[in-house]
Design a protein around this ligand. Structure first.
Ligand code: ADP
Ligand code: MG
Length: 306
C-alpha cells in the first residue's frame, strides 16, 4: 500500500493536480458500490480494514470508471469486483457480461455455418416464430420435436418445408439451426441457388470437391430454396445427388426449403436445358423423401406486411 500511495502521489505531483491522496481515497469510499460492499460485509471486516484497504478501494473505483467508459476500457473485457480476503478488501477482475456474451457468440459461430445467407438470420428464434397462426404450426411443431429428439440421441428425419414466397420457410430453418448450434451441434445452412452457381466456378481449382464433401458430412444440413437454382445435369446428379446419397446412407439429418412442393420439384428436376430426364429426377426425389417429411407452410407474405 505504501508503494501504491507513493506512486499515486507522484502522479498527482507530476500532473500538478492539487488534490491530496486522502481526498481521493475519501471520494472512492463514497462510491455507492463500495458503500454497499462495506455494508454487506460489515461482520467480516477486520478493525481498520477500510483504511488498510483504501488503495484497493481506490483502484476498484478508478478501474470501474474506466470500464464504464467503454471506448477506453483498458481491461479488455474484464471488470473489477470487490472481494473479501482475510478480513481485508481486495479487487478481483472478472469477465464482463458483454465479453461472456461475445465468447458464447464465438462458440456458437463455430457450430454454425451460414453459406450465402444473411447474417440477420443468426438471431432467428423459434420463440419468435410462433405467431399462433395455423399455417405455421405443423412445421414449427415438427422442427421443435426434431430438436428435442436429436438432443436425446434419437435422430429423426428432417423436413421439406414448402410454401409460397415470404411465408417464413428460411426463417424457420435458421431458427432451428440456431437452436441446434446453441446446444453444440454443428449445422450448415446453405442458400442452394447461390451455392450451385458458385460451385460451378470452383470446378477448375478443385475446391468444388471440398465443398461438396463438407456438405456430405456436416452433421445437420439445411438446403434453403432448393428448386430456385439454375439447374444443370451436373448440379442435379453430381452435386445434389452425390450429397444426398451420402447423407441418406448415413442417415444424416437434412432439411430443405422450397417454393415447390415435392411433386413440383420433381417436375423442375426433370427438365434440364431441353432434356427430359424423369428417371434422374425420380432418383433425386427418392433421396429427398427418404431424408425428410414434406410440410406445407401457409400464411401471409412476411416480406410485405400490410
Ligand atoms: P421464405 O423463406 O418462406 O420466402 P422468409 O423466411 O425469408 O420467407 O421470411 C420472409 C421475411 O419475414 C423475412 O424477412 C423474415 O426475416 C421475416 N420473418 C419470417 N418469419 C418471421 C418471424 N417469426 N419473426 C420475425 N420475422 C420473420
Ligand atoms: Mg426463403
Amino acid at each position: 500500500m505504501q508503494n501504491i500511495s507513493r506512486v499515486i502521489n507522484q502522479l498527482l505531483e507530476k500532473k500538478n493536480v492539487n488534490i491530496s491522496l486522502d481526498e481521493l481515497m475519501s471520494d472512492a469510499i463514497k462510491d455507492k458500490d463500495v458503500q454497499k460492499f462495506i455494508k454487506d460485509n460489515k461482520a467480516k471486516l477486520d478493525e481498520g480494514a477500510i483504511e488498510k484497504s483504501s488503495a484497493n478501494i481506490y483502484e476498484y473505483v478508478t478501474q470501474k470508471k474506466a470500464v464504464e467508459d467503454e471506448l477506453n476500457n483498458p481491461l479488455y473485457g474484464y471488470e473489477p469486483h470487490l472481494i473479501m480476503n482475510d478480513g481485508l478488501i481486495e479487487v478481483s477482475y472478472e469477465p464482463t457480461q458483454a465479453s461472456l456474451d461475445k465468447s458464447k457468440q464465438k462458440k456458437l459461430a463455430k457450430q454454425l455455418n451460414y453459406i450465402s445467407l444473411p447474417d440477420s438470420l443468426k438471431t432467428a428464434s423459434l420463440n419468435d416464430y410462433n405467431d399462433g397462426s395455423e399455417g405455421r404450426f405443423e412445421a414449427l411443431a415438427g422442427c421443435a420435436s426434431f430438436i428435442r429428439d436429436y438432443l436425446n440421441d434419437e435422430i429423426g428425419k428432417g423436413f421439406f418445408l414448402c410454401g409460397d414466397f415470404g411465408v417464413g420457410k428460411t426463417y424457420l430453418l435458421a431458427a432451428t439451426a440456431n437452436k441446434l448450434a446453441e446446444k453444440g451441434t454443428p449445422v450448415s445452412v446453405v442458400h442452394f441457388p447461390t451455392f450451385a452457381s458458385t460451385i460451378r466456378s470452383q470446378v477448375q481449382n478443385n475446391t468444388a470437391i471440398i465443398e461438396i464433401e463438407r456438405l456430405q458430412k456436416t452433421p445437420i444440413l439445411m438446403l434453403d430454396d432448393i428448386g430456385a437454382e439454375t439447374l444443370t445435369a451436373w448440379i442435379r446428379d453430381d452435386v445434389l445427388g452425390v450429397i444426398l446419397q451420402h447423407r441418406m446412407e448415413r442417415r444424416l439429418p437434412t432439411f430443405f426449403s422450397s417454393n415447390f412442393s415435392m411433386a413440383e420439384l420433381e417436375n423442375h428436376l426433370t427438365y434440364v436445358k431441353g432434356d427430359v430426364e424423369p428417371v434422374k429426377a425420380k432418383r433425386i426425389m427418392e433421396r429427398i423423401k427418404s431424408l425428410s417429411y414434406e410440410v406445407t407452410i401457409s400464411g401471409s407474405n412476411r416480406r410485405n406486411p400490410e
